[in-house]
Design a protein around this ligand. Structure first.
Ligand SMILES: [Fe+2]
Ligand SMILES: [Fe+2]
Length: 242
């Protein structure tokens, strides 16, 4: 496996690794700043490819923050590998995630974040939003770079295959198609529809992101607010009320 690196927004790099077994991409995002911030670690077994991608951008030992949405292997499976390579780095996750899973699993404790808490990385300012069960898991949260207007949106807008780094056209249609296709497969029911789902997606839309940094599939440049409103309709339509 090899990673492809693309700068998708100012100081923000997409490190994309296509996994042939899963036939999907696992994309990590690096905000290169005084205190560099990596969003998701990727799988532990993917670490050499992710490390090589980061090393093509900066010295991996200088990584400072390791953020992720929820406790799953593609989000934080290589957390300990990163903590070892970058001696001053620290995980960033929800308070629930730290308490329930991460601080047992991790070799160094993570910094638990409250809803709305801001992490200053230098030129950038990254806000944590607690988003329980969006995209899934009790401990879920997402990060928004308020300077770059980039929403690091984890599994939202999932697309299969090995598409290009960024699309500027419709991202909601392929996301809808993949949710619909997934309903018939073994990975169905990955996203619960809860009393908080719509309000959470609308809260994300209100951030007016210009870039959506997608973990699986192409990222998006354009009207992120409209894309999130449209995704909320799709999710309600396909997953709500079942
Ligand atoms: Fe996930
Ligand atoms: Fe994921």
């Amino acid at each position: 496996m090899q990673s492809q690196v693309t700068e998708i927004a100012q100081d923000t790099y997409r490190i994309s690794t296509f996994h042939p077994d899963y036939q999907i991409q696992f994309n990590q995002f690096l905000i290169k700043d005084d205190e560099p911030f990596l969003m998701h670690t990727g799988f532990k077994r993917m670490f050499p490819a992710t490390l090589a991608g980061v090393a093509s951008i900066m010295d991996p030992a200088t990584l400072h923050w390791i953020g992720f949405s929820h406790f799953e292997s593609d989000e934080c499976g290589a957390l300990n590998e990163w903590l070892s390579v970058a001696p001053y780095s620290q995980g960033l996750c929800s308070s629930v995630g730290a308490m329930v899973s991460v601080n047992d699993f991790a070799d160094r404790t993570a910094r638990p974040l409250a809803d709305g808490e801001v992490v200053h990385t230098g030129r950038h300012r990254v806000r944590f939003l607690s988003t329980p069960h969006v995209p899934h898991a009790w401990d879920a949260g997402l990060f928004f770079d308020e300077i770059g207007h980039t929403l690091l949106c984890s599994d939202l807008f999932f697309q299969p295959g090995d598409p290009g780094p960024v699309i500027e056209s419709d991202i909601v249609r392929p996301a809808r198609e993949s949710i619909q296709a997934g309903l018939a497969g073994p990975m169905a029911k990955d996203m619960p529809y809860t009393p908080y789902t719509e309000s959470t997606l609308h809260r994300l839309a209100a951030l007016k992101p210009r870039t959506l940094a997608v973990m699986h599939g192409s990222s998006f440049h354009g009207d992120g607010q409209q894309a999130l409103y449209d995704l909320a309709v799709v999710i309600k339509d396909l997953l709500g009320g079942r």
